[in-house]
Design a protein around this ligand. Structure first.
Ligand SMILES: NC(=O)c1ccc[n+]([C@@H]2O[C@H](COP(=O)([O-])OP(=O)(O)OC[C@H]3O[C@@H](n4cnc5c(N)ncnc54)[C@H](O)[C@@H]3O)[C@@H](O)[C@H]2O)c1
Length: 401
């Protein structure tokens, strides 16, 4: 990658995470001096030893390069924020048990960050936040007489592919003031990234709209899958037929599990922001979260499950990922556990002593259900029935749906 002309000292709060670490590596590779600040010492230890704590395409090689450059540092000490020109926040922003944003933890971290900041620094929020949070943060800084620039620049990468995508995607940039806007645009522009200016609340909504749109889109296909399946039609044949040389269906999503740490969470953030009025979002949740139960109910119609062993192929929330967060394969396991004699789980990317190998899962199961589209599953050859809601295995495995 080409180097930036004016390298900055950048701290990333949450720098050991799925968003923070790839960002830190790319910034470091471009010539910036990067300090990863993270409250998880084990993650930082692994990073310091040259191991990625999670799968990221090209991550390990780039990490080695960054460590060798001497420009990548890591620490658990929040006070290191004060040595930097730019502070980027990438900590998690989960929803609570009532599906409302868990603002308290985010606020606590931001409060600690503000305490260490000096006048003249740029504070960039990159976590996905509740609309209004960025402007509120600017007011909090101003109230305490802290003259910093505040902006919101949401992360929009596909998890696992950040290193590829970070400099290719246009960046939404929203400064709370013209100075903040200019500095943020200079920062990304200096890396050759095209900036799209917005107001903070617009950028906050843009990020939530993107994830809610994708979540709702998956629900449309999942509902259609359930309809087709209930009436003896093959959804994937219908899918191929309606998308074949017919541009108006280009946006038609594939059916499959819509889990993971972002899509449902951000749809619920948007609902919460709009006083719980997001009918499409709530219906999408019922469809997507109901898919594992639907698959099990359909299976029960065709076979006696109480004496059966069922294998789940893939426990990560998506294909070729090692991330189990909010994966619907775990929900599937829970539903199956109540119905079957035994449930076997396998995943090549996730270390779990209760999982079995792929060979064991195939050999010992009476029926298999695809939970995540890992590439290696394309090679599966078995005469056991395989439930494939994703339509991923093509004709290489026998289907039961
Ligand atoms: N994962 C994605 O693909 C993705 C994509 C776009 C946006 N986002 C958003 O980015 C944010 C982060 O998501 P993530 O998947 O990277 O989460 P993550 O859990 O992988 O990373 C968060 C990191 O922050 C650290 N942390 C938590 N509290 C801290 C504190 N007080 N001080 C320092 N470090 C702290 C954690 O130890 C962790 O390493 C969320 O708002 C998410 O919605 C995620």
């Amino acid at each position: 990658m080409p180097s930036v002309q004016t390298p900055s000292r950048v701290a990333i709060v949450g720098g050991g995470g799925h968003v923070g670490l790839p960002l830190g590596l790319v910034l470091c590779d471009l010539g910036h001096h990067v300090t990863l600040i993270d409250s998880a010492p084990q993650r930082l230890r692994e990073i310091g030893e040259g191991r990625m704590p999670f799968y990221e395409k090209g991550g390990e090689a780039l990490l080695a390069q960054c460590l060798a450059s001497g420009r990548l540092h890591s620490t658990t000490e929040g006070r290191r924020v004060s040595d930097q020109e730019i502070v980027i926040v990438t900590i998690g922003t989960p929803v609570d048990e009532y599906l409302d944003p868990n603002i308290r933890e985010f606020d606590r971290t931001i409060e600690a960050v503000l305490q260490e900041m000096r006048p003249g620094q740029l504070l960039m929020i990159r976590s996905t936040v509740f609309p209004g949070v960025t402007d509120r943060l600017q007011r909090r800084a101003a109230e305490r007489g802290l003259a910093i620039d505040v902006c919101y620049c949401p992360e929009r990468i596909a998890q696992g592919y950040a290193i590829d995508e970070l400099t290719k995607l246009p960046q939404l940039v929203a400064g709370c003031t013209p100075d903040a806007q200019e500095r943020a645009e200079q920062f990304f522009g200096g890396m050759g990234i095209r900036c799209i200016p917005l107001k903070p609340v617009e950028a906050e909504l843009a990020k939530l709209f993107t994830n809610s749109y994708r979540y709702i889109n998956f629900a449309i296909s999942n509902q259609f899958y359930m309809i087709a399946d209930s009436y003896g039609a093959d959804f994937h044949r219908v899918y191929r037929a309606v998308t074949d040389d017919y541009p108006r269906m280009n946006g038609f999503a594939k059916s499959g599990f819509a889990g993971g740490p972002c899509l449902l969470k951000d749809t619920m953030q948007l609902a919460s922001f709009n006083h719980n009025l997001l009918t499409l979002g709530h219906h999408a949740m019922m469809v997507n979260e109901g898919l594992p139960s639907f698959l099990v109910s359909r299976l029960k119609e065709s076979r006696e499950l109480s004496g059966a062993t069922v294998g789940i192929l893939g426990m990560a929330f998506k294909g070729n990922s090692d991330d189990p967060r909010s994966s619907l394969s775990y929900k599937l396991r829970k539903v199956l556990t109540l119905e079957c004699r035994e449930v076997l789980c396998t995943d090549p990317f996730i270390q779990d002593p209760t999982f079995v190998t792929l060979e064991t899962a195939i050999e010992r199961s009476d029926v298999l259900i695809l939970g995540a589209c890992h590439s290696e599953y394309r090679q599966i050859r078995t005469d056991k029935p395989v439930v494939d809601v994703f339509g991923f295995l093509g004709r290489t495995a026998c289907h039961e749906s």
